[in-house]
Design a protein around this ligand. Sequence first.
Ligand code: TYM
Length: 332
Amino acid sequence: KPRVLSGMQPSGDSLHLGNYLGALVNWVKTQDDYDAFFFIPDMHAITAKYDPADLKARTRKTAAQFIAGGIDVDRSTLFVQSQVPEHAQLAWVLNCLTGFGEASRMTQFKDKSAKGGVDAANVGLFTYPVLMAADILLYQPQGVPVGDDQRQHVELTRTLAQRFNHRFGETFVVPEAQIPTEGARIYDLQNPTSKMSKSAESPAGLINVLDEPKLIAKRIKSAVTDTGTVIAYDKQEKPGVSNLLDILAAVTDRHVPELVAEFEGKMYGHLKVAVADAVVERLTPIRTRTLELLDDPAELDRLLLVGAEKARSVASKTVADVYEKVGFLPPL
Ligand code: TYM
């Protein structure tokens, strides 16, 4: 089977709808046809301000939501990045193949460091995309299922793989980003031209997988819509309505044009009710199962260690090969 690999940061108490629809749903689907590796990049998470005890809790919560959302730990490999030391080992080698200017051009770094000034950013944030390239290349996947916002990072990964192969001989598979067409980018409900994100100014535009159904319904019903009354898909003129249509299509596994036809002659309010009901219906069983899993953290930790072991059996081979090629003495 071809292989895929992807990761999601343990960035909050709960995944938001963008992570869920833009990424997790896709991951779950890939398990049938691919040898799938999914992980929690906790090393990436410490590039931003954080609290250590809280990070542990978030890592477990994220893992629990992956399993509750449909990642099958028997078929796929689910692990935590920091438990597989090869990520840091390969990242160092790739750091030495990345141009300073090349790293400076990554838009996510520019956005994030612009918020607090470059001096407030740490060097880890700067080399974040290189660690991400290491995450991917260690496992030699053909595909990397991600949302649209990670496209540039996967591009850099491809560049580094090609550069390494060219300089040291065929070593890495050059992976492709697999970006879904529907739900590729879910937008903030209050500000439908920026992507739904934990770091939004206000949580009002955010839907979290672990939110109470009542809160979900409330937030969807107060979503910003657009002027006019016609339900149409038009990202330029009607970003709010288009976002709701994208969400509805993704949670119901249907297509936008079909939904637009169905809502012909109806009002924005009807659409909101339909979206709220569909989202709640989709998320409720995941919430319940997540809470069950979190009741037994020892068992969850055990599952993650099994995953880390499976991951290491692949990652250590890549690192051994890389070390040999770059001129390091054989490892222990
Ligand atoms: P992260 O944790 O920000 O996001 C995880 C996944 O969710 C997608 N996503 C969205 N999709 C649609 N709409 C949104 N509003 C939205 N917000 C987030 C992202 O595209 C992503 O697929 N750098 C990565 C984590 C990472 C990684 C990796 C991913 C580290 N190493 C290796 C793949 C392979 C990140 O911060 O994603």
